[in-house]
Design a protein around this ligand. Structure first.
Ligand code: NAI
Length: 697
């Protein structure tokens, strides 16, 4: 027997207790131990078998250390089949999480009991595959097609109560898994219960699987794993169990070999790697109890909401008492969402909005806070005034952070006497919802201040990425380049609507022009004005239609019209008829004859622009590693997760081809299409961005 599975007899019951810390992952030793344990119980004259996990959980899932390696025997589907085939009564007792292969082992058992805090689920689609050990064959037999498709295609975790109602669990009881499992197994023996193999249950009626497949594919914006999982459920309905298992395996293998699987695995590991920075090893973050937020507009209110929800107390400073009350209103409305969804009780809501939140108009109120986040207007003059005042009132050791989208944190830091305590904390809108936080490290920022930025990110349940100082940091800098590329395509003949469609078909949550409408077209307008004032390189192509749209009052969703016209109650807009004439006027003024763009060319150019700027961002050290860029785009910019991020995508389509396309396009516009030195270097050396990730791991 392997040590990962302990064996013990209690009366007629053989106990197989998993002991593979930390999460009883289903690695090779555990699988082996289960097969041996069942055989031993049978040879030992036991009448029932209880399977449970020691420590904090049942089998939480597959062993991530075995990801990407060739599988070794016994394979998980065979382990489940072996357990199910036993003539003894097999009971699994669940606590903690039983996910993926963990739930499949439980489904191979004849009865399932769990503690009330247990959670189950089949999250394989979240890493680009589907259940591969009978999940798509057993679950529908147990709970029907609709519930099984929901569980498998969403990958969501399900609490014990809901799992009981669905029929995934037979019973939910307080206690330790060992106690409740033994009592249940004994009760089954005493009542003469028969073993109950799910594979022997009748298959559910088939439904219109083609329609279901298409719906799931569309909902996943092109992600194939959930859609192929639907085909697995179809096999359950239409084929005998064994053939269904074979079909499940084929579908699983197809996904294993797919680019989407590679993309999802890259995303999975990158989001774990992103917070691991060598410079922070052994550096303790500063204490955080109370934070100040300056400016309670869209961003400040969102940041304050996130901070309150994480248990921090917040001092919100605004310019006037009215503005402060308006900020309170925005915070209450954000928290109201949490109240409605049952994430907060009424009493907690009241505590947060009265006790934990203080409104102020006087900087003296910030004397005791540990960290201040400034979210005032995007104007260097205003920011400098704010930081000068903060420097005067904040206690020594307090961290002074700016939420600026583009401005120079070094310049902001320089107006204080404590530049080592100054940092950028760039949140995304809405700040209490969006997962990304860019931790912007300026030249003089102290290491423990950076560590505190990451600690705050963790506390607010954000994914934090380290960025260096430049115009727009990682995300907005890359965004402005690919947006410019899209604008060029419009001048040359594409329409905003064709571009948005090509990119949502590629898998983006929204196209760039729909995003611009959502963020407010005045934001881009202000950036263009600032850049023109700073002096634009005469080689850069320019245009006026976007400014004219703003001059005519089309600011996007907030004014009801932008690139699209928004009707009350509808989220998606229809093309604004004022837009194309403005674009055509620009083309005519520049003497441009519009040409056709295929969707493929749109995607290729847009992505190449994104990859090229990203390579510059990595090459200049603004992002530490390619994976930092990938995570930024995945979490802040709606990049399709199944493509792994722009630099993973670039590796998969091939860097030499991308570079050679850029060199071709540079013949028309050599200013815009200047290849990043890092990209040229990687191509010359036959390396990939992922090679760089590995070197800096
Ligand atoms: P906003 O205009 O909604 O809010 C700014 C707030 O700051 C207003 O309530 C104003 O009364 C207050 N304020 C201005 N000067 C002040 C001062 N001296 N003292 C105290 N309060 C003052 O602006 P928004 O969108 O919230 O942006 C704030 C900052 O966040 C900007 O730097 C912006 O670039 C950045 N940001 C904005 C994002 C967005 O999507 N809107 C995303 C990420 C960052």
């Amino acid at each position: 027997m392997s040590e990962a599975i302990g064996y013990e007899r209690v009366g007629d019951i053989a106990i197989l207790a998993a002991n593979n810390p930390p999460v009883n992952a289903l690695g090779h030793d555990v699988r082996n131990g289960l097969v041996d344990g069942i055989a031993r119980a049978e040879a030992d004259g036991a009448k029932a078998v209880l399977i449970y996990g020691e420590g904090k959980t049942y089998f939480a899932g597959a062993d991530i250390r075995e990801f990407g390696k060739p599988p070794t025997q016994p394979f998980l589907p065979d382990v489940c089949t072996r357990i199910e085939a036993s003539p003894l009564i097999v009971v699994s007792a669940l606590h903690g999480t039983a996910l993926g292969g963990g739930l499949e082992i439980a489904l191979g058992s004849h009865f399932r009991i769990a503690v009330p805090t247990a959670r189950v689920g089949l999250p394989e689609v979240l890493i680009g595959v589907m259940p591969g050990a009978g999940g798509t064959q057993r679950l529908p037999r147990l709970v029907g097609v609709d519930v099984a498709v929901d569980v498998i295609t969403s990958g969501r975790q399900i609490g014990a109560k809901e799992a009981l109602a669905m029929g995934v669990l037979d019973r939910v009881v307080e206690g330790t898994p060992r106690e409740i499992g033994l009592a249940y197994a004994q009760e089954l023996l005493d009542s003469g219960a028969e073993r109950r193999a799910i594979s022997e249950m009748p298959a559910p009626e088939a439904v219109d699987f083609d329609a279901l497949y298409n719906m799931v594919l569309q909902k996943g914006r092109g992600q194939i794993a959930p859609a192929l999982a639907v085909r697995g459920v179809q096999a359950c309905c239409e084929l005998p169990f064994e053939e269904g298992m074979k079909r499940e395996r084929e579908l699983f293998m197809e996904l294993m070999a797919s680019d989407q699987r590679q993309g999802m695995i890259h995303a999975f590991f990158s989001e774990r790697a992103v917070g691991k920075l060598p410079e922070l090893k052994g550096v303790a973050p500063r204490n955080l109890n109370a934070v100040g937020v300056i400016g309670g507009g869209t961003m400040g209110a969102g940041i304050a909401t996130a901070a309150l929800l994480s248990g921090l107390s917040v001092v919100m400073l605004e310019m006037t008492a009215e503005a402060a009350e308006a900020a309170r209103g925005r915070i209450e409305s954000n928290l109201g969402g949490a109240l409605k969804r049952g994430k907060l009780s009424q009493a907690q809501f009241e505590d947060l909005t009265t006790k934990a939140l203080t409104l102020a108009t006087d900087y003296a109120a910030l004397g005791d806070v540990d960290l201040v986040i400034e979210a005032v207007f995007e104007d260097m003059g205003v920011k400098k005034q704010v930081f000068t005042q903060l420097d005067a009132v904040c206690k020594p050791g307090a961290i002074l952070a700016s939420n600026t989208s583009y401005l120079d944190i070094n310049e902001i830091a320089a107006c204080t006497k404590r530049p080592a305590d100054v940092i950028g904390l760039h949140f995304f809108s809405p700040a209490h919802v969006m997962k990304l936080l860019e931790v912007v490290v300026a030249d003089k920022t102290a290491a423990d201040v950076v560590a505190t930025g990451f600690a705050l990110g963790n506390r607010l349940k954000k994914t934090s990425v380290r960025a260096g100082v430049c115009d727009g940091f990682i995300g907005n800098r890359i965004l402005s380049t690919y947006r410019t590329c899209a604008d060029h395509m419009i001048l040359d003949g594409a329409t905003p609507y064709q571009i948005d469609k090509a990119l949502t078909d590629f898998g983006f949550a929204m196209g760039p022009y729909a995003v611009a409408d959502l963020a407010g077209l005045d934001i881009g307008w202000a950036v263009r004005k600032r850049k023109r004032a700073e002096g634009v390189d005469p080689r850069a192509r320019d245009f006026t239609y976007a400014d004219k749209l703003c001059e005519d009052g089309h600011f996007g969703q907030k004014t009801g019209t932008g690139y699209y016209v928004y009707q009350a109650g509808k989220r998606a807009g229809v093309p604004n008829p004022d837009v194309m004439p403005l674009i055509e006027a620009d083309r005519a003024a520049q003497g441009l004859t519009p040409r056709d763009f295929s969707d493929d060319e749109i995607v290729r150019r847009y992505m190449a622009a994104m990859v090229n700027e990203a390579a510059k961002v990595v090459g200049e050290g603004i992002a530490r590693r390619p994976l930092d860029v990938d995570v930024t785009l995945l979490y802040g910019y709606g990049f399709p997760r199944y493509r792994g991020g722009p630099l993973k995508w670039a590796d998969m389509v091939g860097l030499p081809g991308l570079l050679s396309d850029m060199q071709d396009w540079a013949k028309e516009d050599g200013y815009f299409w200047q290849p990043a030195p890092l990209l040229e270097e990687l191509v010359a050396e036959g390396r990939t961005f992922d090679d760089l990730n590995k070197e800096t791991a």
